[in-house]
Design a protein around this ligand. Structure first.
Ligand code: KG4
Ligand code: ZN
Length: 358
């Protein structure tokens, strides 16, 4: 079954052609991320305008690269929520129009479910698949959720963040540290410097210790907004002075600050990872999970990945992460989810749903 997957929920516009939910024939991603850098976060209006410009060329390219014509497609899949309304509308209206014009079945996909199914996409040489029941941890820019999956399309939401998502915490902390957007890769990069120093000279950073919010709560909920406050306190910044940072963030260039912010980035990353790990394996234990799958942009974090894999070995549970760039938003994951879920929808009735949940 050959599916064209379309993703346009946020600042990426992506189209992919995937065979039988696993084999990627093409996966084209256009991003307006660079345009939001100077604002330190996504500007929805700008993201939507860019979606309009690139969506048709992106779909065109995905078909060309895959070696298929539209006549070869068995279905079109579209992420219809959650996300930014302006961005969503572009993708949903395009997919509806194409489904009608090309006379193809349309499959609606929850973007978060797409992140989970990124783990079914088969990179060369990997044939192992997650086994049910499984626990899925979705850690993206907008969400942090723990889900129990008993089979394809069978989701039970166990808990999620009560305030900021993990990705949002990375982005906000990066901003107060004067780093670029998106914040996750920047934090990971500077945390690596200090980790190297710490390993080499075997020192710990006793001055910098952040809380592990809700780590011992008996539920599967999270809270990350307090971590940003803890970072601000460590930087000895009053919250009111944050407002004066403007869009370019802090410009403090002293060596002292650089070292301090590397330590902060490292300890922040450890704090987030500790909480995600503890809750995920607690859920896996409680529900007798055979696998743990992680998805969403934060799954691109190599420290999270390493520690999750170590946790998997310790708990005797296989842990799956999307390969390469498949953790961040892309069309292939939407096509994969569509293949397994088969949520066929009426092209005339489908509406974008910014608040869609599990
Ligand atoms: O899933 P995604 O591409 O978009 C949403 O659906 O929101 O996730 C984007 C988020 C951003 O918050 C970004 O900072 C975070 O994923 N992210 C990372 C890394 N790469 C992206 N967070 C931590 N470490 C990374 N390497
Ligand atoms: Zn996403």
């Amino acid at each position: 079954m050959i599916i064209l997957g379309i993703e346009s929920t946020c600042d990426e516009t992506s189209a992919a052609v995937v065979e039988d939910g696993r084999k990627i024939l093409s996966n084209v991603v256009a991003s307006s991320s660079a345009m939001h850098k100077k604002y330190g976060g996504i500007v929805p209006e700008v993201a939507a305008r860019e979606q309009i410009k690139v969506i048709i060329p992106t779909i065109d390219e995905a078909l060309q690269v895959s070696g298929n014509k539209y006549q070869d497609l068995d279905a079109i899949a579209i992420a219809y929520g959650p996300g930014l309304i302006g961005s969503l509308l572009i993708g949903v209206e395009t997919a509806r129009a194409l489904a009608l014009a090309w006379n193809k079945p349309l499959i609606g996909v929850n973007h978060l479910v797409g992140h989970i199914y990124a783990n079914w996409l088969a990179p060369i040489g990997i044939s192992n698949l997650p086994k049910f029941p499984l626990i899925a941890l979705v850690v993206s820019g907008g969400h942090t959720d723990l889900i129990l999956m008993k089979g394809h399309g069978k989701f039970k939401w166990l808990g999620g963040t009560r305030d900021d998502s993990a990705g949002e915490a990375f982005d906000k902390v990066a901003r107060v540290l004067g780093l670029g957007y998106p914040g996750g890769p920047e934090i990971e990069r500077i945390a690596r410097n200090i980790k190297y120093q710490m390993d080499k000279f075997s020192f710990e950073n006793p001055n910098i210790k952040f809380p592990r919010p809700m780590i011992n709560s008996k539920d599967f909920d999270f809270s990350f907004s307090g971590l940003k406050t803890a970072v601000v306190d460590k930087l000895s910044l009053r919250s009111s002075s944050l407002d004066k940072l403007g869009t370019t963030g802090l410009r403090v260039k002293s060596l002292e600050f650089r070292v301090k912010r590397e330590e902060i980035a490292h300890e922040f990353q450890e704090a987030v990872t500790d909480v995600l790990l503890k809750k995920t394996f607690a859920a896996a234990k409680e529900f007798g999970a055979k696998s743990v799958v992680v998805g969403g942009g934060v799954a691109a974090n190599s420290v999270l990945r390493q520690r999750m894999e170590d946790g998997g070995s310790k708990n005797n549970i296989e842990v799956f992460f999307p390969q390469g760039r498949l953790a961040v938003d892309n069309g292939a994951m939407i096509a994969a989810a569509a293949f397994y879920e088969r949520n066929f929808v009426d092209p005339l009735a489908l509406r974008a749903d910014p608040g869609l949940h599990f």
